[in-house]
Design a protein around this ligand. Structure first.
Ligand code: PBG
Length: 332
């Protein structure tokens, strides 16, 4: 028998509000819903081309004509936004395909906005998929990635996307000053309403491996450590985020997600702007691989992981699981 003292002590008995599903729902501190998700889409040239991405089971590279059906499906599932990644028609040192007004990304934006105007269209702004060397900026003679000369092409690429009707541009090159350069260029051309989601705290991570196959964007020499963040650093992420907010970022991001939940929490406490987290390709592929082997309950693990991003403080989750998770949430 419990003593009266034990029964009255509120710190002692914690199970009362866990007893039934309804009670658990009432005391639930965080929520997860399809409108929290942003779905990445890989777009390539051609027609009727749906190419599976080997290292990302269930993900495809799609030609522009296949996008409306995909977007329609997402809309019905309650997903509000897509994030577009283009696969270059050709590559060169200056990433000239990235700024073409008739490139796959501008075409994709126009098509989605025509067929499904309510879908929020976000676009990745980085040149790594468009440069022949695979770096996120211009490479100088010595092989270093130059910061300031890369800002112009990023701003021009963002402008091309804004002109085509993108709602949000998302600079991911990790060049210092990229948000300011893009904001100024957009404003000068009258695109004051186009928002910026900054990949603010983007780490030099091995979790991007499968993505680089998908976007054909692996660096041909060296790595991205001179511009992306060093994984041991957390305080520096706050400086990155504050700099981007000061430069005009409307939404900031932490990337990758799972191994960086401490950073999500830290950033959440530092700024009031909406915060996104990127549940990256490697995180997705690990889940899929373990599920394929029958080692984990895919659906339960996926939803637990997505809720963890929300608990850590993320408002938005960029995830390849968006479509499936939206369905799972319907009947959970
Ligand atoms: C472009 C970019 C990358 C990702 C998003 N934008 C790759 C990289 O920085 O190498 C990774 C996304 C993922 O792994 O899902 N710079």
């Amino acid at each position: 028998m419990l003593t009266r003292q034990e029964i009255l002590d509120p710190t002692w008995r914690l199970r009362r509000t866990r007893r039934t599903k309804a009670l658990r729902r009432m005391v639930q501190e965080n929520t997860l819903a399809p409108n929290d998700f942003i779905y990445p889409l890989f777009v390539h040239e051609g027609a009727q081309r749906r190419e599976p991405i080997g290292a990302m089971p269930g993900q495809f590279r799609l030609s522009v004509d296949l996008l409306p059906a995909e977007v329609e499906h997402l809309c019905r599932a309650g997903v509000l936004a897509v994030l577009l990644f283009g696969i270059a028609g050709y590559k060169d040192a200056r990433a000239s395909y990235a700024v073409r007004r008739d490139g796959v990304v501008p075409q994709a934006i126009r098509t989605i906005k025509r067929e499904n105007p309510e879908m929020v269209v976000m676009t990745d702004v980085c040149v790594c998929a468009y440069t022949d060397h695979g770096h996120c900026g211009f490479v100088q003679d010595g092989g270093t990635v130059d910061n300031d000369s890369s800002l112009r092409v990023l701003a021009e690429m963002a402008l091309a996307h804004a002109e085509a009707g993108a709602d949000v541009v998302a600079p991911s090159a990790m060049m210092d000053g990229q948000v300011q350069a893009i904001r100024e260029t957009l404003d000068e051309h009258g695109f004051v309403e186009t928002a910026i989601m900054a990949y603010s705290a983007k780490y030099a991570s091995a979790f991007y491996g499968p993505f680089r196959e998908a976007a054909d964007s692996a660096p041909q020499f060296g790595d991205r450590r001179s511009y992306q963040m060093d994984p041991p650093n957390a305080r520096e992420a706050v400086r990155e985020v504050l700099a981007d907010v000061q430069q005009g970022a409307d939404i900031v991001m932490v990337k990758p997600g799972l191994a960086y939940l401490d950073v999500v929490r830290l950033v959440r406490g530092a700024v009031d702007v909406p915060l996104a987290v990127y549940n990256v390709s490697g995180e997705y592929s690990m889940l899929k691989a373990a599920a394929e082997k029958g080692w984990i309950d895919e659906r339960a693990v996926a939803l637990e992981m997505l809720m963890a991003f929300r608990r850590a403080g993320a408002d938005l989750i960029i995830t390849y699981l968006a479509k499936e998770a939206a369905e799972w949430l319907k009947d959970s």
